[in-house]
Design a protein around this ligand. Structure first.
Ligand code: GDP
Ligand code: MN
Length: 421
């Protein structure tokens, strides 16, 4: 689960990770009032969306008067912001974060995440902050330092020194960094995070380290343990279908193809998508209806798949273990009947009561295609989907992306705010 920058900064405060003074606003009037309550020669207005690279897309603006704060906020609120980390529709800006502008001396990158290779939490740091960390990793990997933390020991002073040296910090800043790393580590464990990213972490002209940006992801499977985190969820920032799926306890991810897939079990779902690709088709989604599924869940799953206008065929691949095949078949029939389905549906059932299930489907008179096995099912679905001769190649969602930063287009600032590089 993702949260907004303003929420992440609140958590940073709770764990003594320093952030600029600021507050969130949902109207331009409120934004002006927030700025009025802050002491600064300038303010930064930041669009709150669940994506990075806002700076380059006009979602981060430095204001030099209260009227500018109001105007910038008014221009952002109610719009959709498209950045290179969103899709072409962008994400809705329903709130802005107003903070005291900082005089930046250096921009660094600091993150903490789970490293599957070392099976540890790992700090990643770079002196090349404020930029796309993926680009730094690709072009100048030597500028990135990776420091795995032993779970029994926690972050050690020598590890902080190692990162401080990479960032070129002095003695005083080194102890600030040590506190920041300790705070991040504590926050990560306390709230079951999966990733914390600060890009940029800055050194101000007067030597303070501050988290200028804040991005936190949480382990979805642990969010239920943290009501305070669960309450931070903003469904408006999520894929509408993925959010709807969550309500019904379905694991759904939108992909770009035209074959809707309904499968039970994540492994079987992956295998089904592979098979569709192998046969030259493109899955429209990943959908795991879960092990203990029932008729209603199957119906909801069908609705979800079909709400995607691009679907040309549906492939159902269910193994009836705990849940029996005839129950699944009844769910499929109820959904198909209720929705007056016109697009082809290919069903492969296997497992408990498979004969009864298949008989129900065949005798329904609804024109469902039943398949011998997964190979056959995928082949038939792909054939039926390309009935119109086109098969778009899917664009995968950036759900594996490590959020990157982005720096602002140059703005004319008073000398005190100049980005000192
Ligand atoms: P992102 O583009 O979504 O990652 O948003 P960030 O919060 O990282 O802001 C983008 C860039 O805006 C930063 O890298 C900074 O260069 C710039 N920026 C943000 N806050 C300030 C500020 O208080 N003062 C100045 N001078 N620049 C800022
Ligand atoms: Mn950033």
């Amino acid at each position: 689960m993702n949260i907004h920058e303003y929420q992440a900064k609140q958590l940073f405060r709770d764990f003594a990770v320093p952030v600029p003074q600021g507050d969130v606003a949902t109207s331009s009037e409120q934004a002006r009032r927030v700025a009025q309550g802050l002491t600064s020669p300038g303010w930064v207005v930041k669009a709150q969306i669940h994506a990075g690279a806002r700076g380059k897309a006009g979602g981060v603006k430095v204001a030099r008067s209260l009227d500018e704060v109001k105007d910038f906020s008014a221009a952002m609120l109610g719009t959709r912001l498209v950045t290179h980390q969103t899709d072409s529709k962008g994400l809705p800006v329903n709130s802005v974060w107003i903070e005291e502008a900082s005089s930046i001396k250096n921009e660094f990158y600091l993150s903490l995440l789970v490293d599957r290779e070392t099976e540890r939490l790992i700090f990643i740091a770079s002196a090349a902050g404020g930029m796309d960390i993926e680009a730094v990793a690709a072009e100048t990997p030597e500028k990135i330092v990776r420091v795995p933390v032993h779970p029994a020991a926690g972050p050690q002073p020598y590890q902080c020194r190692q990162i401080a040296a990479t960032l070129g910090l002095g003695k005083d800043q080194q102890s600030q960094l040590q506190n920041i790393m300790a705070g991040l580590y504590e926050l990560f464990l306390a709230k079951d995070c999966s990733q914390i990213e600060i890009n940029p972490l800055i050194a101000t002209e007067d030597g303070q380290l501050l988290a200028l940006d804040a991005k936190i992801n949480f382990d979805d499977n642990a969010v239920a343990l943290h009501p305070d985190i669960a309450a931070m969820r903003d469904a408006a920032q999520e894929d509408a279908k993925e959010a709807e799926a969550k309500q019904f306890d379905l694991n759904y991810i939108t992909l770009g193809g035209n074959i809707g897939c309904m499968v039970n079990g994540a492994g079987l779902a992956m295998a089904t998508m592979d098979m569709v690709k192998l046969k030259g088709g493109a899955p429209a989604n990943f959908l795991d209806v879960g092990g203990g599924t029932n008729k209603d869940k199957v119906k909801e799953a069908f609705k979800l798949i079909l709400s995607d206008g691009c679907i040309k065929a549906v492939l159902v691949n269910i193994f009836g273990g705990i849940v029996k095949c005839d129950v699944i078949a009844a769910g499929i029939l109820a959904a198909v009947e209720e929705m007056h389905l016109t697009i082809p549906v290919v069903v492969r059932l296997e497992g408990t009561n498979v004969e009864q299930g298949l008989a129900l489907l065949k005798n329904s008179g609804l024109g469902l295609v039943t398949a011998e096995d997964l190979n056959d099912a995928a082949e038939q679905a792909v054939k039926l989907a390309v009935g119109d001769g086109s098969s778009p190649s899917p664009t995968l969602p950036p759900f594996l992306e490590v959020g990157g930063g982005g720096s602002l287009p140059p703005v004319a600032l008073p000398p005190s705010l100049e980005v000192g590089k």
